[in-house]
Design a protein around this ligand. Sequence first.
Ligand code: DQA
Length: 149
Amino acid sequence: MRLLLINGPNLNLLGQREPELYGLSTLESIECDLREKAKAQGAQLECFQSNFEGALVDRIHKAIGEVDAILINAGAYTHTSVALRDALLGARIPYVELHLSNTNAREQFRHHSFLADKAIGVVSGFGVMSYQLALQGLLGYLRKGRESL
Ligand code: DQA
């Protein structure tokens, strides 16, 4: 099973960025941990982060035929990007949307996601554990299909 973890804008600052909201773990440590957890379950996880919308779109295009599914924390682009939605749908790669914070408990503009309605599922509000829960959910889905959920 080949998986791709995509992190969007400002997530490279994890560890120093608004720690009261996003915790103290760095993106590097989150990626390392998730790569190991995926490996322990027989999956191969590649990680990509960019602050540029177009670079994220390009990475999704490159993933066509290369990965079985995507885990994505699109950061602020979650709430603004039709381009990312179109890229994910155009690539026809199943994906899970995830967030460290509970976006529905925050400002109104974070309540809408351009990705959520087409995602396999959405995990939001569990801090670093959101990444692990998203991975678990995705692997279960890929192994057994939607009826396993
Ligand atoms: C975030 C939530 C977004 O609203 C915000 O813009 C982020 C981080 C999260 O992981 O909680 O950059 O995606």
